[in-house]
Design a protein around this ligand. Structure first.
Ligand code: FES
Length: 167
């Protein structure tokens, strides 16, 4: 069954006609040609497909495009440009926060939302009480970024990049 869906992607209104079974990830990559968002596992385990919906991070492979009528979606293409990088993109470059780069768009989208979650007082499993430990720490970072895998194992540089922006 085909269906129409209107959403805003990176600040631009778009209208799509998609099979109702199309994931948001496939809609972004195949219909809108925003291939910055990557497909790793396609089943919610790797985080490569992370995008922001209404400013919150989601795995775009786990949700259908038709469920996002009216939503605001931001992908890595919407965060910065080569001329004007997002601070997290700049920090990833500076700290070598990648090797092959495949997980990077997801890592960066996830980190953007994660820093907002901290600002908004959304607790992680590690620091359930943010008032008790308000400072950003590495255990909390690891927990909050645990949905984003990096098969190259660039984790320490990724953590360094995010810490630099967080502090
Ligand atoms: Fe969506 Fe792996 S591609 S979590």
């Amino acid at each position: 069954v085909m269906a129409k869906v209107s959403l805003t992607v990176n600040g631009k209104a778009v209208e799509l006609e998609v099979d109702t079974r199309t994931t948001l990830l496939d809609a972004l990559r195949e219909h809108l040609h925003l291939t910055g968002t990557k497909k790793g596992c396609d089943q919610g385990q790797c985080g490569a497909c992370t995008v922001l919906v209404g400013g919150r991070r989601i795995n775009s492979c786990l949700t259908l495009a038709v469920m996002h009528q009216g939503d605001e979606v931001t992908t890595i293409e919407g965060l910065g440009t080569p001329e004007k990088l997002h601070p997290l993109q700049r920090a990833f470059v500076k700290c070598d926060g990648f090797q092959c780069g495949y997980c990077t768009p997801g890592q960066i989208c996830s980190a953007v939302a994660m820093l907002d979650e901290i600002k908004d007082g959304i607790p992680s499993h590690v620091t359930a009480d943010l008032t008790a430990a308000p400072e950003f720490n590495i255990a909390e970072l690891k927990e909050r970024m645990s949905g984003n895998l990096c098969r190259c194992g660039a984790y320490s540089n990724i953590a360094e990049a995010i810490t630099e922006v967080a502090n």
